[in-house]
Design a protein around this ligand. Structure first.
Ligand SMILES: Cc1cc2nc3c(=O)[nH]c(=O)nc-3n(C[C@H](O)[C@H](O)[C@H](O)COP(=O)(O)OP(=O)(O)OC[C@H]3O[C@@H](n4cnc5c(N)ncnc54)[C@H](O)[C@@H]3O)c2cc1C
Ligand SMILES: *[C@@H]1O[C@H](CO)[C@@H](O)[C@H](O)[C@H]1NC(C)=O
Ligand SMILES: *[C@@H]1O[C@H](CO)[C@@H](O)[C@H](O)[C@H]1NC(C)=O
Ligand SMILES: *[C@@H]1O[C@H](CO)[C@@H](O)[C@H](O)[C@H]1NC(C)=O
Length: 585
């Protein structure tokens, strides 16, 4: 069997990964802004934007205090410069932080060095942080004071300002819910002003302010967020158990699951008929346990392993080895089950369920971010410098009552050919999370279900991918058939088509934007394209391959490589690029 070689290889990789005692040291992610004499170029954390074109401006400023931020905005407003805020992390996938194609009159304002204040107000159960402060630092300060932040995205490599700007969330239908911005109780915003006010001013917004619901999720287009105040609760622990089981009735179980467990989620591996229910509940601080949630996907990986995983996946793509992908998915899922996705009872290894630990150690993770020394053997698996993992990330947010039908459609698609869905199960399958109704204009107005899925992206824009039609169909089902909203910080461009019509308070947001920034200092072509859900200009050859467009002609796919524009298998209105051998001459 030709397969044996690489199966052995993957098993070996899985075994290596479990040896956590190797003296490997992590390489921290590269700084997202790189400057030289001619200017500064911004990258996201994957090192490539959705449209693969660069994003540059002449200058980047690095203010360290709120006064310096104010002065920077004033100088920019006075000189008619456009401003985009960038962070130390730049973990947003779309080009929200990019000014325009012709950006000679733009600057980046980096919050990388604006990170000194984290003021815990224990009496009022609140913390106020400078917007450049990292999420991990806020959590550690809060926990040290005997308090807990209840909601957080699963990935800790984000700044306070950046995470609320895109509506980042964890998972919960309880209390204030899983979206972090719904735990924000105060926010300072620096906006342009007229000459008599000194060209810029600081607005201190509280819960009652009419602008607050616009400012909670603002994509960076209202102004610079300088400080954020989060509400807190008394410190607590969490108890987590993963139940790896079948996906029978998942379409009927998800809602009850979310109601039964405060931090519930579900990972669904459709090709395997497998679902992993996360039973995740708050427990009293006195509960025994000092566990951590060191999520496998965010752990440091040996650079060698990341590269060979990518090379294996690439080889299977070019050999059209669907079965190989399915075996790879099984191996990875088996390994995740063995190590409980990275939960560690005693901070070192997994010894059994439930894993109990402090909220601060369980709510979010990202151990691949840290560099304990100068030795460089490991990195985050997607580090753009190492030719490691490279994938798309689609995230659709459904009104809860529409989610059942979506699952049933995906099951129908799966049942036509289960193997065609293996590609996504190599990553994290479909991760299903919960967020509660919010008053934020660009947040969710009703209790919602979020589904994330990652899948192989080719090195070259022009290279079609194995079974790409299936993921295009799921994507179009989500965004067009069921009207799901795209997560602002993820997705391929087509997901944003018509997004403005999906938000009932969209016009209120635009009114606030026009009031706060009438001269569009903080808006540009790229962020407009996302916010207003505009169609990108001409439909170039191959545009559907990368999700820049939905195909309507074969040339939007790759006829020369056997990929033609065809209708969906379950959602007939979908237009997807499907491989068809018989059409090849
Ligand atoms: C590996 C990974 C895992 C992730 N996991 C999750 C998850 O579990 N849940 C989730 O919801 N999201 C998740 N995300 C998405 C992530 O939460 C968002 O991309 C978040 O916005 C990133 O924050 P950042 O600090 O990197 O901001 P950036 O990406 O640098 O900025 C985001 C936007 O906010 C603007 N901005 C930043 N700071 C300010 C400021 N001070 N004032 C005004 N505007 C500002 C920027 O201009 C930009 O438009 C993940 C991303 C990655 C790469
Ligand atoms: C400087 O950066 C620009 C992009 O900002 C890039 O095109 C150019 O190649 C870089 N020059 C050098 C010498 O690195
Ligand atoms: C400047 O703005 C303030 C507050 O919006 C307003 O009261 C004032 O009239 C403005 N001044 C000028 C010259 O426009
Ligand atoms: C896991 O889920 C299955 C299906 O819902 C259930 O029958 C089983 O009891 C669960 N196992 C545990 C340990 O909770």
């Amino acid at each position: 069997m030709a397969n044996h070689g690489w199966i052995h290889h993957i098993l070996l990789l899985a075994t290596w990964g479990s040896i956590t005692f190797l003296p490997l040291q992590a390489m921290p992610p590269p700084p997202p802004v790189q400057c030289n004499q001619t200017g500064c170029t911004l990258y996201n954390s994957y090192g490539v934007w959705p449209d693969r074109t660069p994003c540059s401006v002449p200058t980047t400023l690095y203010p360290t205090t709120e006064e310096e931020l104010l002065l920077a905005v004033a100088t920019a407003a006075k000189n008619n410069l456009k401003v985009k805020v960038v962070t130390k992390f730049s973990h947003t996938i779309p080009k929200l932080a990019c000014p325009a194609t012709n950006s000679g009159n733009s600057i980046f304002l980096s919050t990388m060095n604006y990170n000194s204040e984290i003021a815990v107000d224990a009496a009022n159960l609140a913390v106020t942080a400078d917007s450049g402060v990292g999420l991990r630092d806020v959590i550690d300060a809060v926990e040290a004071a005997g308090l807990s932040l209840v909601a957080a995205p699963y990935w800790e490599g984000v700044s306070v300002g950046g995470l609320i700007s895109t509506g980042a969330h964890g998972s919960s239908w309880w209390g204030k819910g899983g979206a972090v911005h719904d735990h924000v109780i105060g926010l300072s915003l620096i906006v342009p002003a007229n000459e008599s006010e000194g060209y810029a001013k600081v607005l201190r917004l509280g819960l009652q302010d009419p602008l607050f619901n616009a400012a909670k999720v603002s994509l960076g287009v209202l102004g610079v967020i300088s400080k954020v105040t989060f509400s807190l609760e008394q410190a607590f622990k969490r108890s987590i158990t993963y139940n790896f089981t079948d996906d029978d009735g998942i379409e009927d179980k998800f809602g009850e699951h979310a109601k039964s467990h405060e931090f519930a989620d579900i990972t669904w591996y459709p090709s395997k008929h497998e679902a992993v229910y996360r039973y995740d509940d708050r427990v009293p601080l006195s509960t025994v346990g000092d566990g951590v949630n060191d999520f496998l996907g965010f752990q440091s990986n040996s650079i060698l392993i990341s590269k060979s995983t990518r090379a294996t996946e690439k080889a299977m793509e070019s050999a059209r080895n669907v079965n190989g992908k399915c075996v790879m998915a099984s191996t990875f899922i088996g390994y995740k089950k063995l190590i409980a996705n990275g939960l560690k009872n005693n901070r070192l290894i997994f010894t059994g369920y439930p894993v109990v630990g402090h909220q601060g150690k369980m709510q979010t993770s990202g151990s691949c971010l840290y560099s304990p020394s100068r030795r460089i053997d490991t990195s985050c698996a997607w580090d753009p410098r190492i030719k490691g993992l490279f994938f798309y990330e689609s995230t659709a947010i459904f009104p809860a009552q529409k989610f059942r039908d979506f699952i049933l459609d995906v099951k129908r698609l799966r049942d036509l050919n289960p193997e065609s869905l293996c590609g996504v199960d190599i990553y994290n399958g479909l991760l299903i999370r919960f967020i509660k109704a919010s008053k934020a204009y660009l947040g969710q107005t009703e209790d919602s279900v979020v589904v994330d899925f990652n899948y192989y992206r080719a090195d070259e824009a022009s290279t079609p991918r194995l079974n790409q039609d299936v993921w295009e169909e799921v994507e179009q089902m989500a965004f067009f058939k069921y009207g799901a909203k795209p997560h602002w910080a993820k997705n391929r461009n087509l997901a944003f088509l018509g997004v403005n019509k999906k938000y009932v308070n969209f016009n209120k947001f635009v009114q606030a934007k026009n009031k706060l920034d009438p001269r569009n200092v903080f808006s540009g072509e790229w962020s407009d394209e996302i916010l207003y859900g505009k169609k990108g200009g001409v439909l170039a050859d191959g545009c559907a391959l990368e999700g820049v467009c939905v195909c309507s002609e074969d040339r939007h796919c790759s006829p020369s490589k056997g990929y033609f524009c065809q209708q969906g298998l379950v959602y007939k209105e979908a237009r997807v690029c499907r491989y068809s051998q018989s059409s090849m001459s």
